[in-house]
Design a protein around this ligand. Structure first.
Ligand code: HPA
Length: 260
């Protein structure tokens, strides 16, 4: 099992016997992963932007990140993302368990399958693992952490924030929260037949939803305020994940290859 930490989540102090590891990947980078235990489970932690948040969203080597988790044998991923809210009723500090995304990225490599290994079209009807989302939701209820049990995430290219007009458009398209990193992360996980779930922490109202200017300072501040609750949620969720997978994520490639 792995946790991918977004803005604000740079370490997981509940991992016991932590060891740092690097894996060579065919993608020009060897991300550093922290490996350790939680109860009887092996848990990996990977900060998405790198150890010192060095990579902006459009420069993250998503393929190297996901590939190295696969090399480790990871089958399930819990990702955290900071996100802006497109809805005045969804306030900073609230958690959203994502169930859909809209992809507005522009310049990212969104596949492992460039043609050499064959051509694959993976099903993304349901981009986030429904089983992991259910466990997250039940755990959040047990812990009295208010969460939205579903939400559509619109992924923008960044690193700039959006214009007010873009946010108006995304609202009309049905987005609930906006961020810059869930695509292609979730897509690449699916191509590797991993279960991928994501908790968005609402850090701000998106551009034009409130009249305030957006700053990263505000995003970082609200993430900090909610970090303990986010870690509690992960700490209590991970031990509840059953060993065996029964969701469709594990067979994502079956029937996906173009055969001629
Ligand atoms: N837009 C894009 N990404 C974000 C935002 C936002 O308003 N807040 C946190 N990440």
């Amino acid at each position: 099992m792995a946790v991918i930490g977004g803005s604000g989540l740079y370490s997981l102090d509940f991992i016991e016997n932590p060891k740092r590891k690097k894996f060579d990947t065919p993608y020009g980078q060897s991300p550093e992963i922290v490996l350790g235990d939680l109860n009887d489970k092996e848990v990996a932690f990977l900060p998405r932007h790198g150890k010192d948040h060095a990579a902006p969203p459009h420069r993250i080597n998503f393929r190297a990140n996901l590939w190295s988790l696969r090399e480790l044998g990871v089958e399930r991923i819990f990702a955290s993302t900071a996100a802006g809210s497109l809805d005045l009723d969804l306030e900073p500090g609230e958690f959203v368990l994502l169930d859909q995304f809209l992809d507005f990225t522009k310049n990212r490599t969104s596949t492992f399958y460039e043609g050499k290994e064959g051509v694959y079209h993976v099903d993304m009807t349901e981009p986030y693992c429904p089983d992991l989302r259910n466990i997250l939701q039940k755990t959040a209820e047990d812990l009295d952490i208010p969460v939205s049990s579903s939400g559509t995430y619109v992924c923008t290219e960044g690193p700039r924030f959006e214009t007010a007009a873009e946010i108006r458009m995304f609202r009309q398209l049905g987005a609930d929260v906006v961020g810059m990193t869930n695509v292609p992360e979730s897509v690449l996980a699916r191509e590797l037949e991993m279960c991928y779930s994501a908790v968005s922490v609402v850090t701000n109202f998106a551009a034009g939803i409130s009249q305030e200017r957006l700053t990263h300072e505000e995003v970082a501040e609200i993430m900090d305020e909610n970090m303990e609750r986010l870690k509690d949620l992960l700490y209590s969720t991970i031990p509840k994940v059953p060993k065996k997978r029964t969701c469709p994520c594990r067979n994502a490639l079956s029937g996906a290859k173009v055969e001629v």
